[in-house]
Design a protein around this ligand. Structure first.
Ligand code: KG4
Ligand code: ZN
Length: 341
């Protein structure tokens, strides 16, 4: 059995965790920076990097103390090396390099998206490759076929906003604060999902990708019209986004042959979305796997687990942090897609 230290600092969560190869989360610490970023309704990279730098080292000390082990007892140190806000990524990666050098423990540079992509296997030992993965977070919105560790075929991506971003923007329009996903989900429970007519971009089109920019603009118009209750806008937005996701997933599932549908990333914490995906999987006779919500949003256990999956690998101490790092480097850029991997 091996034990890996995971470090996560790519966005606004500072986290450290110890995970064993037999899937035990031995210790973990996580600090959210929501309060620091809330006044700006979004993550400010400079503030994020400073907060990671202040918090990470004591957190690593704390998880080692919780587990009663020393650095030299580790089988690897796994750190997010991209994609993400580069200042934050560098804080985590440089810390991992220093610890690896001092303790002579191997460094494993982890793709944050692979952390999300493999997290369902930490939660569910029975989940085998291949599976179709809906990866939906604040910065990413993709459907991938996961054939193995490091083997990803991108089936769809977004041509504009990510799904989590659409939730965050809707929250901002409705004055719900940041991060917006959980707040929109809560308000939607009190609203009527059929009350506000909203578009479903690309639904019914043959191409597989996502688009949420038009939906966001329609939410803004609905709010500005003054005709609708905020709860109805939230519920109608969530339903429209969900209809888009289900329609896009049907295309991807038709194009891939995998026995399981899996969801990961921050938006996977949304109960309405989880329930609808479970329905789609059962309609198709597929298994459905969704990690517990705490493993869906950014965390270090998923990074440590990706390190467990990659145990034996040792990355050089001059490994360069990557602001962009697509899981499927062969995938063609899509029309309209900005910087999204
Ligand atoms: O994976 P994550 O923690 O960070 C990124 O790597 O982006 O995802 C954060 C995103 C945010 O956009 C947040 O609003 C969204 O996930 N999110 C949710 C929910 N919880 C988090 N969206 C909808 N419903 C939720 N319950
Ligand atoms: Zn993430």
């Amino acid at each position: 059995m091996g034990i890996v230290l995971g470090i996560e600092s790519s966005c606004d969560e500072t986290a450290a965790a110890l995970v064993t190869t037999d899937r035990r989360i031995v210790a973990q610490r996580i600090a959210s920076q929501d309060a620091e970023h809330a006044p700006y309704c979004g993550v400010v990279p400079e503030i994020a990097a400073r907060a990671h730098a202040e918090r990470l080292a004591p957190m690593i000390e704390a998880v080692l103390a919780d587990a009663g082990i020393e650095l030299s007892d580790l089988d690897a140190i796994a750190a997010t090396a991209g994609p993400g806000l580069i200042g934050g990524v560098m804080v985590g990666l440089v810390s991992a390099k220093a610890l690896a050098m001092a303790s002579e423990v191997p460094l494993i540079a982890i793709n944050h998206l692979e952390g999300h992509a493999l997290s369902p296997r930490l939660a569910d030992p029975a989940l085998e490759f291949p599976y179709v993965l809906l990866l939906v977070s604040g910065g990413h919105c993709q459907i991938l076929r996961v054939d193995g560790v490091g083997q990803y075929l991108r089936l769809a991506t977004t041509i504009d906003d990510a799904l989590g971003e659409a939730f965050d923007k809707t929250a901002k329009i409705l004055g719900l604060g940041f991060p917006g996903g959980p707040a929109v989900e809560r308000l939607a429970l009190e609203g009527n999902a059929k009350a506000v007519p909203l578009p479903r971009p690309l639904v019914g089109s043959g191409e597989p990708h996502f688009s949420f920019a038009g939906l966001k603009s329609a939410v803004l118009r609905a709010k500005d019209s003054g005709k609708h209750a905020d709860a109805d806008i939230a519920a109608s937005f969530q339903q429209a986004a969900l209809d888009c996701v289900l329609d896009r997933l049907r295309i991807a599932l038709d194009a891939s042959d995998a026995p399981a549908l899996v969801v990961a990333g921050g938006v996977a914490a949304n109960k309405t979305i989880r329930a609808a995906l479970e329905g789609l999987a059962s309609e198709r006779g597929m298994r459905f796997v969704a990690p517990p919500p705490a493993l869906c949003t950014d965390n270090a256990a998923m990074i440590a687990w990706a390190g467990c999956e990659r145990l034996g690998q040792s990355d050089p101490l001059d490994f360069v942090a990557r602001p962009r790092w697509p899981l499927d480097p062969e995938a063609e850029p899509v029309r309209g897609a900005g910087y999204k991997a």
